[in-house]
Structures are given as C-alpha cells and as structure tokens.
Design a protein around this ligand. Structure first.
Ligand SMILES: Cc1cc2nc3c(=O)[nH]c(=O)nc-3n(C[C@H](O)[C@H](O)[C@H](O)COP(=O)(O)OP(=O)(O)OC[C@H]3O[C@@H](n4cnc5c(N)ncnc54)[C@H](O)[C@@H]3O)c2cc1C
Length: 261
C-alpha cells in the first residue's frame, strides 16, 4: 500500500498572531510548525505502515524552508519527502494550491491520500476535497478513525454529536482531524536519518496536466480586497436600576432607541 500525506507548514498561532503593517501575516516573526490536523493524518499513515508495511510519502507546497516539516515527518517515520516550490506558484489561493498539489501527485503512485481537515492559518478546509476533485477520487472528510480492510478504507466521520461510518474503495482521499490520535515523537535515530535524507524537489515544470492559468497569484480566483484587525467593542454601560420593573423599562427603552423593536 502507498500512502501520500499532504502536510502544510503553518505559523504557530499559540504565541499570538503577528501582522505586517500592510495587514499580511508576519510569518518570519512566528515559529513554523507542522499543521496539527496533518500531524494526526501522518500518524494514521504511520500506523498503517506499522500494520501493513505501507510506504508513506509526505508532500508539501511552500517556500524552500518548508523542507523542515518534511524532515520532521521523516524523523517520525515517513519514507519519502516531496517539496513543491517555485516562485511562479507563490500567492496561490486554495484553488491554485490544490491544482499544484494534484499536479505533483499525478507523478506519484498511491492507494490512499491523507490531508488534514483544515490548516490553522488559512482555515478554509477546502484544499483536501479540491485535490480529490482534481484527481477524480472519492473523499471522506473529518476522519476521527481510519481503518483499512482489503481494498477499502473504513472511516469514522465526525458529525455534530455522533459519527458516521463510511467506506470507500481505494484509491481515495481522507481528511484527518487532530482528534484522530496522539502523534508519536521523532526518534533520535529518525532525526539523524532525516537530516541526511534526500528530499525530492519539484517546480512548475514537474507538475503534470496543469494549466499556467490555474497557478500562483495570477491563477487564483480569490482576491483579498481588505485585511483589518477586529474592531474592539467599547467598555459598555453599567446601570443599577432600583427594581426589576425599572430594569425592564430601561432595556425596552434602549431597544426602541436603537430601532430593534
Ligand atoms: C490571493 C491570495 C494569495 C495568497 N497568498 C499566499 C501566500 O503568498 N503565501 C501563503 O502561505 N498563503 C497565501 N494565501 C493563502 C492560501 O490560500 C492558503 O495558504 C492555501 O491555499 C491553503 O488554504 P488553507 O490554508 O485554507 O488550507 P486548508 O484547505 O484549510 O487545508 C486543508 C489541508 O490541505 C493540505 N494543504 C493545504 N495547503 C497545503 C500546502 N501548501 N502543502 C501541502 N498540503 C497543504 C493540508 O493537509 C491541510 O491540512 C493566499 C490566499 C489568497 C486568497
């Protein structure tokens, strides 16, 4: 079995989000980490490797420093790493990102593709299902448990206060939740091997069956019209009515004043 795990390097938002004066994320001022949902997806793939001897390839699209996240994944146990990086791919929205990743995946053999449900920076949860659409694959999202039996994958899909059990014949794509498992730590031997491991690096010319018009900033249909901080609410007004009736009269008066009622 061959498994591809798509991993995004994201800024660590735990220490607070930092912005440039123009409103864009100041990525340089924040630590870069493996997106949490992707780490759980990787752990699920590594457990399938432990169980069935699957080959696990991790793939990321980003700046050259995104190779760090691939080395971390390899130190955890992934077999191969693919970095997709090229200036012409920069500024991609979800459509251009998924087009790029699908173009890279067309060069690889796979039975199962795992992505995270959502990246903690972009937060759209669109890239996984879009990759599946580009490749013509079935997709099961929000996986909180993944099993493989023969040629099918069986997934518990989180849904409000319950879960659904869904099956799909491989090849297919599954999007993973961080609740899926507790990812393993890197091992000292794994770190040593990962430092020396060769990472396959692809650019625009290596992408298969993609049009330039669907790549990078120029190929991104989403345009950011404006970015701004949240407007803080004022301190509010504190009143101390003498009776419940007075409190009701005050609130009703305010609602009328604001034309709510
Ligand atoms: C006009 C425009 C310009 C932008 N320019 C930039 C820019 O210059 N730099 C920038 O970083 N962002 C940029 N973005 C944000 C960019 O759209 C998202 O980073 C990207 O498309 C992924 O979307 P998401 O973060 O919502 O991922 P989600 O859809 O929430 O991610 C779901 C899953 O898909 C997989 N995935 C997502 N992205 C990647 C990736 N790159 N590699 C591997 N797997 C991945 C992961 O498994 C992830 O868990 C731009 C957005 C717009 C609209």
């Amino acid at each position: 079995m061959k498994i591809i795990v798509c991993i995004k390097q994201v800024p660590d938002t735990k220490g607070g989000v930092k912005f440039n004066p123009d409103g864009t994320l100041d990525r340089g001022a924040m630590l870069a980490i493996m997106n949490p949902d992707d780490k759980a997806g990787l752990e699920a793939a590594l457990r399938l490797k432990d169980q069935y001897g699957a080959e696990v390839t991790v793939l990321t699209m980003g700046l050259p420093k995104a190779a760090d996240v691939l080395r971390e994944a390899m130190a955890m146990g992934a077999d191969k790493g693919v970095l997709v990086t090229d200036r012409v791919l920069g500024g991609a929205d979800t459509w251009a990102t998924s087009t790029t990743i699908a173009g890279a995946i067309r060069n690889l053999e796979y039975d199962l593709i795992i992505t995270g449900r959502q990246a903690i920076d972009g937060d759209t949860a669109q890239v996984g299902p879009q990759i599946a659409e580009h490749l013509g694959l079935p997709v099961i999202s929000y996986a909180q448990d993944i099993k493989v039996e023969g040629d099918k994958v069986i997934v518990q899909r989180q849904y409000d206060d319950r879960y659904h059990v869904l099956e799909a014949k491989m090849p297919c794509l599954v999007t993973a939740l961080s609740e899926l498992n507790d990812p393993r730590y890197m091992t000292p031997g794994g770190i040593f091997d990962a430092c020396k491991a060769e990472i396959t690096t692809w650019g625009r010319a290596d992408l298969k069956d993609v049009e330039d018009s669907n790549l990078g900033l120029a190929g991104s249909p989403t345009k950011i019209a404006k970015a701004s901080d949240k407007v803080r609410k004022g301190a509010g007004e504190k009143v101390t009515p003498d009776s419940p009736d007075e409190a009701v009269d005050y609130i009703v008066g305010k609602l009328k004043e604001k034309h709510v009622i």
